[in-house]
Design a protein around this ligand. Structure first.
Ligand code: BTN
Length: 321
């Protein structure tokens, strides 16, 4: 694979045709070996035009979440430096969790083209059609007690908000606890899972589902009312690998704030960005309905709701704005 990748970057860095001889010489392999690697790239979905007497030219890049494609727009120190890529998987969170149990380092990401058992919050399923969206899970090892870890979920939503702004120029909406919406419909969600030992967090898995190129007709009737994608909103297709690199870069930025300044700063940033203060909202928690005005976010990430003068803390549930 390393040689194939070397040839790919050689082709990427040359706008015109490159002869098989040049590639063979540069990489230090035979011309037959070059030809085999070119075939390999074509099987992976790369378009390579070959003209006798001129050589090879890269003419198309597949819409795949290959780690080396994500790398092109990745600007991080540790998040996404190791990416485990799968075509089809049960759930990226499940694999990331088992790898973290075996000691996998902080920053490693599991990314898949399709999930057959994608999981959402509150035991829901996460629709994960092949090659359309982003399904990824990142292993983090924050050195905090379990009660201080919750704001990591806001790290993910803030990173998604910035990413949407960068790639579309549009401002999305943040909904407690972990939803990112466009036109009132969900575009990105985060599932946080953690393992603890005594009173310390061993690791956190941030599972992010970000709808990119999914179309309205690919959604069930029931979900169509509530979900959207970048492509539905902007009426164009996006390069998923590049959106992914930007998202991971933003994630490291906000995780840095969490580590250096603590969860409180992240809660304040999320609170400001969401405009939650003063918003009328309704929350369903274990079949009980709460209605009131958003008062803000507590230091541990709980939602503070003002119900006719008394402030109540909501720690889980579904919010309607
Ligand atoms: C939510 O309910 O809003 C959370 C959705 C999280 C979905 C992502 S997709 C990648 C990762 N793997 C999963 O099984 N779930 C998360």
């Amino acid at each position: 694979m390393d040689r194939t990748k070397e040839i790919l970057s050689f082709l990427r860095n040359n706008i015109g045709y490159v002869s098989g001889d040049d590639i063979a010489h540069k990489i230090g392999i035979s011309r037959t070996a070059v030809w085999k690697h070119i075939n390999n790239l074509e099987r992976m979905g790369y378009d390579i035009t070959a003209i006798q007497g001129k050589g090879y030219r890269l003419t198309g890049i597949p819409d795949k979440l290959y780690p080396w494609e994500i790398e092109q727009s990745l600007n991080t120190r540790f998040i996404g430096k190791k990416i485990i890529y799968r075509d089809t998987i049960e759930s990226t969170n499940t694999l990331a969790f088992s790898l973290a149990l075996k000691g996998e380092q902080e920053g490693t990401c599991v990314i898949a083209e399709k999930q057959v058992g994608g999981r959402g919050r509150l035991g829901r399923r996460w629709v994960s059609p092949k090659g359309k969206n982003l399904y990824m899970s990142i292993i983090l090892r924050p050195e905090v007690a379990p009660q201080y870890v919750y704001p990591v979920t806001f790290v993910s939503s803030l990173a998604a908000w910035d990413t949407i702004k960068i790639v579309t120029g549009k401002e999305s909406t943040l909904k407690w606890p972990n939803d990112v919406l466009m036109r009132g419909r969900k575009i990105c969600g985060t599932l946080l899972e953690l393992s603890t030992e005594a009173d310390m967090v061993k690791f956190v898995i941030i599972g992010i589902g970000f709808n990119i190129n999914m179309k309205e007709n690919e959604l069930d009737d029931e979900i169509r009312q509530r979900a959207t994608s970048l492509s539905i909103e902007m009426k164009k297709e996006y390069e998923r690998a590049s959106v992914c690199g930007v998202l991971l870069t933003n994630l490291e930025k906000y995780y840095g704030v969490f580590k250096e300044k603590g969860g409180q700063d992240i809660c304040r940033m999320w609170e400001e960005r969401s405009g939650i203060k003063g918003k009328h909202m309704e929350i369903i928690q274990n079949d009980v309905r709460y209605e009131g005005i958003g008062e803000g976010i507590d230091t541990d990430g709980a939602l503070l709701l003002n119900m006719e003068g008394s402030i109540i803390r909501i720690i889980s549930g579904d919010v309607s704005l």
